[in-house]
Write a protein that binds this ligand. Structure first.
Ligand code: MN
Length: 366
């Protein structure tokens, strides 16, 4: 039996510019390296023979010296493990070009494809981007347990030629014609898996670590146990614990004020197992009364130290009795009457203005 790890989409050295401060972004970049180290510790503990990286190791062609040195030294420090790296769309041909003396246990692929024999029954093939010649290259032996490494999105339609990848993506229909046991993919950050008609498994491990709220939830890599004689591959998802992006929706009732809201959030955070390293987005849902202004800044201050990053969004629907409020002989009543007469506003715009106006009338700030 051969033990392997299948990972992809590490995007080391990501900018993290959109959400974080400079310092927070730097922290996240270090956490990406720690995620890689966590994967390596697992590999050492399980005595894994090879690590397959199915593309997008780095986020951009410009990789900092620190990150490049770090990555290469983790490889040199583990001569007992073979590292197989297939470039993805975020890497360039130059990814390792300026590196002299690449570690001997780092194996690369090319557009024409490259094969590595892991033992007398187990073969690893990989093609970067794909060329016309790949169908010739992919003449694989039936008696081998064949693993194919590719980077791209799957294409379910019927391709014209014999190639396994083209502009539309990776052609599953053509892969079905090949004697494959496992297709190790990269590119789809949320992960995914399936089985071809010829029995081959395909899988995306997903990104090693989430980089934003669009990559919410548990992330990690796949641990493979290969029975090459039987051509059987069992895989297990191993989560990485260096901080996740999480989103919690909190359902609120109209009369629940700041403190009731805080309590509900704390209960939900506990239930969801939010960790200190996590980045959390809380979305307040449900209702809020016309004169009910929940103090979001208070909530932010109370909760921000229990996570790495916190963002609170208020998406509660304003609940009020229009008729009653409109009759009121007050500044509020007048404000609502003027607003109701403005028929150029959509319902959402009206609600937004009402919420703002009510805040102001109660001494809030714009
Ligand atoms: Mn990617």
């Amino acid at each position: 039996m051969v033990k392997l790890i299948h990972t992809a989409d590490l995007h080391l050295d990501s900018a993290f510019r959109s959400r974080f401060t400079k310092e927070e972004a730097e922290n996240r970049r270090q956490k990406q390296l720690m995620a890689w180290k966590e994967l390596l510790s697992f590999a050492v503990e399980k005595k894994v023979q090879g690590i397959l990286i199915a593309g997008d190791l780095f986020d951009s062609p410009v990789v900092s010296h620190g990150t490049m040195d770090f990555f290469l030294s983790t490889i040199s420090e583990h001569p007992e493990i073979s590292f197989f790296y297939l470039r993805g769309n975020h890497d360039t041909e130059n990814t390792f070009r300026y590196q002299e003396n690449l570690p001997k246990n780092l194996f690369l692929f090319s557009e024409k494809g490259k094969k590595y024999r892991l033992n007398d029954r187990l073969l690893l093939a990989g093609v970067e981007y794909g060329t016309e010649e790949e169908s010739k290259f992919l003449k694989l032996k039936e008696e081998d347990c064949n693993i194919l490494l590719l980077h791209g999105a799957l294409y379910q339609g019927t391709p014209k030629g014999e190639a396994v990848q083209g502009e539309e993506g990776i052609f599953l229909k053509n892969l079905e014609k090949l004697p494959l046991s496992y297709i190790a993919l990269g590119h789809i950050h949320k992960g995914g898996e399936g089985k071809l008609n010829n029995g081959a498994l395909w899988a995306y491990p997903g990104c090693l670590q989430g980089r934003g709220f669009d990559e919410e939830g548990e992330r990690g890599f796949l641990y493979l146990k290969v029975e090459e004689e039987k051509k059987e591959i069992r895989k297990e998802f191993i989560p990485i614990k260096q901080g996740e992006f999480r989103i919690l929706e909190i359902e609120l009732l109209e009369d629940e004020g700041t403190l009731a809201c805080l309590k509900k959030i704390e209960v939900e955070m506990e239930k969801a197992g939010i960790a200190k390293e996590d980045s959390l987005r809380i979305i307040l849902k449900g209702k809020k009364g016309l004169e009910q202004e929940r103090n979001l800044r208070y909530l932010q201050l109370q909760l921000q130290d229990s996570v790495f990053f916190l963002e609170i969004r208020d998406e509660c629907e304003l609940s009020w009795n229009r008729e009653e409020a409109m009759k009121e002989k007050s500044l509020k009543g007048e404000f609502l009457r003027v607003l109701a007469a403005a028929d150029n506003l959509s319902k959402e715009e009206q609600e937004e203005i009402i919420a703002l106006g009510m805040g102001l009338l109660q001494g809030g700030e714009l």
